[in-house]
Design a protein around this ligand. Structure first.
Ligand SMILES: Cc1cc2nc3c(=O)[nH]c(=O)nc-3n(C[C@H](O)[C@H](O)[C@H](O)COP(=O)(O)O)c2cc1C
Length: 240
């Protein structure tokens, strides 16, 4: 009986490792394609990759941040919309699912919705969309232009109607109160403040304008958005 020499056995082991590695790569690519296909089937819209470097420093954005209530009648791009949503709730540590804004006990009680006016975002039909931070994608909740209904729910504040988009921060309080009891409620509002400031600063750095809107009829807004969580903060955004 002939035993393989050292060189032969190394070559056999290397071929085996290479074959296993190629098989794993192939299976990974297939399952990734499956997820993407499923996303498409579910009507999800992938957003462009967010930028991790911008043209304005954080110090400049802080010093220039102002509440802006007048916007040009010019649509936002899909990249700008994606960048704002990423700054608000994007995943920044995928291994642990941690996000751009802090969250008490990483309970992540907030969900983001965005109302897009007719012609508000280049290439995106009017509607109310839900943001999925994990896939950095949008899914349509309701088709149509609801800017008028949101404006009425927000005590007829002009800037809510005029903005090409309006980001709605909604909260599922139980995610946080089930861990922290009644104190969790205040944590949820604090978290919305962090998210809101990120939206303000990212909008400023992109040359856009926004304003925090806390005045609205809760039930009316919730029924317009069509969400199961409670809307707690609005951010109309547009070009300044
Ligand atoms: C919790 C909260 C709620 C607010 N609600 C509204 C609102 O409903 N409508 C509005 O026009 N501005 C609202 N604002 C924006 C403030 O009016 C604004 O921040 C303030 O005038 C200071 O201006 P600045 O943001 O440019 O520094 C709100 C701000 C905060 C923090």
């Amino acid at each position: 009986m002939r035993y393989p020499r050292a060189a032969e056995s190394i070559a056999i082991s290397l071929t085996f490792v290479l074959l296993t590695f190629s098989l794993l790569l192939y299976l990974g690519a297939v399952s990734f394609r499956e997820v993407r296909r499923e996303e498409k089937a579910l009507g999800k819209l992938e957003l462009p990759e967010p930028m991790l470097k911008g043209e304005m420093s954080v110090e400049e954005a802080i010093s220039k941040r102002r509440s802006v209530r007048e916007y040009k009648n010019v649509p936002l791009t899909l990249s700008e919309l994606g960048q704002l949503l990423w700054a608000a709730q994007g995943i920044t540590l995928p291994s642990r699912g941690f996000r751009a804004a802090p969250s008490a006990g990483a309970t992540y009680p907030l969900e983001l919705y965005v109302s897009v006016r007719e012609g508000g975002v280049e290439g995106l039909p009017a509607g109310i969309y839900h943001y999925d931070p994990f896939m950095h994608s949008l899914s349509l909740v309701k088709a149509g232009d609801f800017s008028m209904e949101i404006y009425r729910a927000a005590l007829s504040q002009e800037w809510v109607r005029e903005a090409p988009i309006c980001i709605i921060i909604a909260a599922d309080f139980v995610r946080t109160t089930s861990r922290y009891g009644p104190r969790g409620e205040r944590y949820v509002y604090m978290e919305a403040g962090h998210v809101g400031q990120n939206i303000y600063l990212q909008a400023t750095a992109l040359g856009l304008g926004t304003v925090a809107v806390g005045a609205f009829y809760d039930d009316q807004l919730k029924s317009v958005v069509g969400c199961s969580e409670d809307p707690i903060y609005l951010f109309p955004v547009g070009r300044r």
